[in-house]
Ligand binder design. Structure first.
Ligand SMILES: [Zn+2]
Length: 340
């Protein structure tokens, strides 16, 4: 008789990361019966599944983005069992409500990170290392060249840029992802400089997060808003507005763009922004390595970003690392445009 091969606790299938024992998918990219979701970004939380289980703060985010579907919210660290498999959510520090998903069966532990960062951002529950045997990690910025400055210094740069523009009555158009980055920027803007206006997409997500996070006041830009109203003030918007007719209506303005990719000079040129701020919601090179070490894992699976190079480096350092293909996007400039 042929010996039945023991299947892995999590497998990479055409629909997403699958736990056969529990019959659930983690961040599936096709519609499934039961989906466990790491966070609200479009490449991780997709429409079309029958039942979604996610961290409780991510429920209102999914509701706003995917509509009225069947959601179940869990607190961080609160385990639940499906057919003998124990699952729990642990802070990923990426955006509010973002989680690493811990999966345990018969003493074997896997952790799927979704997206994560180890720097604190002032709005997301800080990243928490989770011990495991196998760690499925993103590596969007998995090259040694990526090394983030302390966030406080970046926020200082942003406020002084705004103050300088304000002094000459120039409007500041500050761009960043509508979920996570925009609110992280907002949280650290200095309202004593002026008013903070928002694009509709940014305002929508900010309203959702106001349910559990305190932010400075914002004012939505409408058809009635005039150039005079916003002169010298700051406008928060998604990167997709760059060069659009919406942006032209703002009148004379300076553009600022906050992204990890702004560490690349070529990326700044391509986007033709006046001011680039290097601020990422993903771990940098050292952040990735420290997170992996803290898990005490033997096996690492890289899913999106500089996957091959990063896995190769980990193998050289003694881990058993490999790459799996997924449909998660590695925060490219193009993805940012689509996201918003
Ligand atoms: Zn994300």
């Amino acid at each position: 008789m042929k010996k039945k091969r023991k299947s892995a606790l999590l497998e990479f299938t055409a629909k997403g990361i699958y736990c056969a024992q529990a019959k659930v998918y983690l961040d599936p990219w096709r519609g499934v019966d039961k989906a466990i979701i790491s966070h609200g970004h479009a490449d991780h939380a997709r429409w079309g599944s029958k039942h979604y289980i996610t961290q409780e703060h991510n429920v209102p985010i999914l509701q706003a983005r995917l509509g009225d579907l069947h959601y179940e919210g869990k607190a961080y660290g609160d385990p639940f069992t499906i057919n003998g498999v124990k699952f729990s959510f642990h802070p990923a520090g990426h955006v509010p409500g973002s989680s690493q998903i811990r999966v345990e069966y018969k003493g074997e532990v896997w952790v799927f990170t979704g997206d994560y960062k180890v720097q604190e951002d002032g709005i997301s529950t800080p990243f928490e290392p989770v011990r495991c045997h196998t760690f499925i990690t993103e590596c969007t910025f998995g090259l040694p060249v990526f090394q983030w400055a302390p966030p406080a210094s970046v926020h200082e740069q942003i406020n002084s840029w705004w103050a300088k523009n304000s002094a000459t009555k120039t409007t500041s158009l500050l761009m960043g992802y509508s979920l996570g980055k925009a609110q992280r920027l907002l949280k650290h803007l200095d309202p004593s400089i002026g008013k903070i206006f928002t694009h509709g997409a940014t305002e929508k997500m900010t309203q959702v997060l106001r349910q559990y996070i305190d932010f400075p006041a914002t004012e939505l830009i409408t058809r009635e808003t005039t150039k005079k109203d916003i002169e010298g003030h700051l406008v928060l918007a998604p990167p997709a507005v760059m060069g659009s007719s919406w942006a032209k209506k703002l009148g004379q303005h300076a553009t600022g763009y906050a992204s990890g990719w702004m560490a690349f000079r070529g990326a700044r040129r391509r986007r033709a922004v006046d001011k680039a701020f290097v601020l990422s919601d993903h771990a940098d090179w050292q952040g990735l390595l420290s997170a992996i070490k803290a898990t005490g894992c033997e096996n690492v699976i890289t899913t999106h970003g500089y996957t091959e190079l990063f896995a190769q480096y980990l193998n050289e350092q003694g881990w058993n690392a490999r790459t799996e293909k997924t449909q998660y996007e590695a925060e490219t400039l193009e993805a940012e445009v689509v996201e918003s």
